[in-house]
Design a protein around this ligand. Structure first.
Ligand SMILES: *[C@@H]1O[C@H](CO)[C@@H](O)[C@H](O)[C@H]1NC(C)=O
Ligand SMILES: *[C@@H]1O[C@H](CO)[C@@H](O)[C@H](O)[C@H]1NC(C)=O
Ligand SMILES: *[C@@H]1O[C@H](CO)[C@@H](O)[C@H](O)[C@H]1NC(C)=O
Ligand SMILES: *[C@@H]1O[C@H](CO)[C@@H](O)[C@H](O)[C@H]1NC(C)=O
Ligand SMILES: *[C@@H]1O[C@H](CO)[C@@H](O)[C@H](O)[C@H]1NC(C)=O
Ligand SMILES: *[C@@H]1O[C@H](CO)[C@@H](O)[C@H](O)[C@H]1NC(C)=O
Ligand SMILES: [Cu+2]
Length: 629
């Protein structure tokens, strides 16, 4: 019959119309909403595509079942809030993860097989969890939307528990450190003070900083910098590491507090923008002021105050640490999530103690942390010192989330918040801090605003090369023409692989843009490709947002680079056309980008119209004509 055939043809079309507004209503600006259950404790997770979050736990007695045993991975659907239990056969306990340049997510390392209570499975003993050794296991997956994808497997020749993964400029991944058999902190016999690559480039190599920073050197905090060096910060030690020559260049110790696990500061690379010349600045907030011998001295860790200090370093241009605004309260195990309006959302964590759990008499029901922090914060790097943190307009969560909690940005600009399970195995009742399956979403101030609906966004971005044009309607610009265009940014965000208060690979880069304002109030944004330097933002999938007055469009998934692992093609960046407005109208100058939160932001920026340049009619016409070519 004709009609069904026609529909079938439409269904098979390669591209579908994307929703331009959130499909979900939300509970109001600055609020959390419990939306579903994760099935397994969300110790690790990542946003795989616009429909699915992949959740990874350790092997334990979870409610989700697969293949006749408890599951330790699920695929969570963002529309239905239902999960699919997944069989990831090796034990992923405290693995590390990140995304490769070809779009595969890699999950590396973990623990031996365990049985009830988290006890190591004895040879020939009962094995209800049916997990196999995760120590030298590598799993990978290409996310899907049809519920049909599963994990695949590879191996290393050595064991890594709590390794760091960072994607490099060629889209391969460096795997750094960890230890062999786990534990609260590292020690010499257990240490794996080496790095190696995936895909493999030969045997692992020693990394000196991991010999000298015991015991709090698990999950070393690592970022690829635009200089193609890696900043590695672990325990008190800090260095620049060259992933090509393997040279290590020592930087000053981090001040005030240990930031690595189990001190577990909140950390992030601040947005890379044209305004800061794409200079990478890393922010570290909270942690614990503990010396190496204090981790194993039998202290009651739940009484150790979490630190409130924040520090930054921009190692490509300045080798010194700088104090930043303090947190309003000490925090450990909090997560920074980059929002498309270039602020950072901070959630989860505790005011006392550290990551980890154990059987010590002083624990709070196994937990080494206490006093969960429920009130989130926003950090705005563009604000003057002293005013960067705010809780204004933010409501508290009702769900304590401490050890093994996670968060990630979603395409609609909300934040997915999940996890917490400070126990050797699932404990749901009669304990201070139970294993947490509830999934929340947090709705930033812009969530329910009408979103800009840009037309013509690409699906790939190259390193340099031809600019692309994006159409915005007059309504997208709030009928506010050049004033709104001066407040419009195009940002690329990698959401990263969340675990242990780290989102491996998370970063944001603002693309350069100019615009042509049309007479009818619509406009064309002229947008540069990525800067021609893959070390600034490694190849692989990311999310593209057009942000007008701080309000983001629904993020669109884009492939950065070639989509393959290997040297990335780079091209010279094309020069953008000058900004152009219809004859007789004005380009406002000296505006500051609205970072949201304030309903009167439009009013504030309107005050800065004076000083704008009136373009001559002829010049504007010529520029518009050039832009149209
Ligand atoms: C795990 O091992 C410990 C120490 O051997 C033992 O006390 C405990 O009962 C075991 N837990 C379970 C659930 O079997
Ligand atoms: C994926 O795994 C599930 C559960 O383990 C299994 O039922 C399914 O057949 C697998 N799918 C594919 C495409 O292999
Ligand atoms: C790496 O360190 C180990 C342990 O100290 C040492 O035995 C080995 O020789 C080192 N390897 C290299 C290549 O330096
Ligand atoms: C911006 O950074 C580049 C290197 O990435 C450097 O060559 C240039 O001098 C910097 N410009 C400014 C104004 O700092
Ligand atoms: C953008 O606007 C131009 C001019 O109105 C139009 O020709 C073009 O088709 C539009 N592009 C998209 C992708 O909508
Ligand atoms: C913008 O205007 C403010 C206030 O008039 C002034 O202090 C600042 O220097 C100006 N900034 C630029 C980049 O011109
Ligand atoms: Cu852990």
């Amino acid at each position: 019959m004709f009609v069904p055939l026609f529909l079938a043809a439409v269904g098979a079309a390669p591209s579908i119309v994307r929703a331009q507004q959130p499909s979900h209503t939300g509970t109001g600006p600055g609020t959390f909403e419990i939306v579903g259950t994760s099935g397994v404790s969300a110790q690790q997770l990542f946003l795989g595509n616009d429909q699915k979050v992949y959740i990874i736990d350790k092997a334990q007695n979870n409610e989700a079942q697969v293949g006749g045993h408890p599951a330790w991975a699920t695929e969570y659907d963002l529309t239905t809030n239902q999960y699919r239990a997944m069989d990831v056969t090796t034990n992923t306990f405290c693995a590390g993860g990140n995304v490769l340049g070809d779009g595969r997510w890699l999950i590396v390392g973990g623990n031996q097989p365990v049985t009830a209570g988290g006890n190591t499975t004895a040879a020939g003993g009962p094995d209800p969890y049916k997990d196999t050794d995760g120590g030298n296991s590598i799993r990978y997956i290409t996310p899907c939307t049809d519920g049909a994808c599963n994990y695949s497997y590879d191996t290393m020749d050595n064991r890594r528990w709590y390794p760091t993964l960072e994607t490099l400029a060629d889209g391969s991944i460096i795997m750094i450190g960890g230890n062999q058999y786990g534990g609260y902190v590292n020690n010499q016999g257990n240490n794996n003070p080496t790095f190696e690559f995936y895909p493999s480039r030969g045997p692992r190599q020693n990394l000196t900083i991991l010999f000298t920073t015991l015991p709090a050197n698990l999950y070393p905090l690592t970022w690829l910098l635009p200089s193609n060096k890696l900043l590695i910060q672990t325990n008190w030690g800090t260095e620049l590491f060259d992933p090509v020559t393997f040279e290590e260049d020592t930087l000053p110790d981090v001040p005030h507090a240990v930031r690595t696990y189990p001190a577990s500061a909140a950390t992030a690379m601040l947005p890379l923008t044209p305004a800061n010349n794409y200079t990478a600045t890393m922010l570290f907030c909270g942690g614990s002021d503990l010396q190496p011998d204090q981790w194993t001295a039998g202290l009651d860790m739940t009484q150790v105050p979490a630190q409130a200090s924040c520090v930054t370093i921009s190692p490509d241009v300045d080798r010194t640490w700088h104090d930043d605004d303090d947190l309003p309260d000490g925090r450990t195990m909090s997560n920074f999530i980059l929002l498309p309006d270039q602020t950072l959302f901070l959630c989860n964590g505790a005011n006392k103690g550290t990551a980890g759990y154990g059987t010590d008499p002083w624990t709070k029901g196994d937990s080494y942390a206490d006093i969960p922090i429920l009130t989130p914060l926003i950090y705005d790097p563009s604000k003057p010192a002293g005013s960067r943190f705010t809780a204004d307009g933010l409501s508290a969560s009702t769900v304590p989330r401490m050890y093994h909690s996670t968060a990630t940005l979603l395409p609609d600009g909300s934040v997915f918040v999940a996890g917490s399970s400070p126990h050797p195995d699932v404990v749901l009742t009669n304990t201070e801090y139970p294993t947490e399956y509830r999934v929340e979403r947090f709705y930033p101030w812009y969530y329910q605003k009408t979103r800009p609906a840009p037309q013509g966004l690409p699906t790939t971005l190259s390193y340099g090369g031809d600019m692309f044009d994006v159409n915005l309607s007059a309504a997208d610009l709030n009928e506010d023409g050049a004033t709104a265009l001066e407040q419009t940014t195009v940002v690329v965000i990698r959401t990263g692989y969340a675990t242990h208060a780290i989102n491996f690979g998370q970063r944001m880069l603002q693309l350069d843009n100019s615009y042509t304002l049309n007479k009818d109030g619509s406009a064309v944004l002229h947008v540069s490709q990525m800067p021609p330097n893959p070390a600034m933002f490694a190849p692989g999938p990311a999310w593209l947002f057009v942000v007008v007055n701080g309000v983001p469009s629904i993020g669109k998934m884009v492939m950065i680079g070639s989509g393959k692992i290997g040297t990335q093609p780079t091209l010279a960046a094309t020069v953008l056309p000058e900004k152009s407005v219809p004859a007789g109208t004005t380009i406002p100058s000296n505006t500051t980008i609205n970072k949201g939160g304030s309903e009167d932001a439009g009013v504030r920026t309107a005050g800065s119209l004076s000083g704008g340049a009136v373009f001559a009619a002829v010049a504007a016409t010529v520029l518009a004509a050039v832009a149209a070519l």
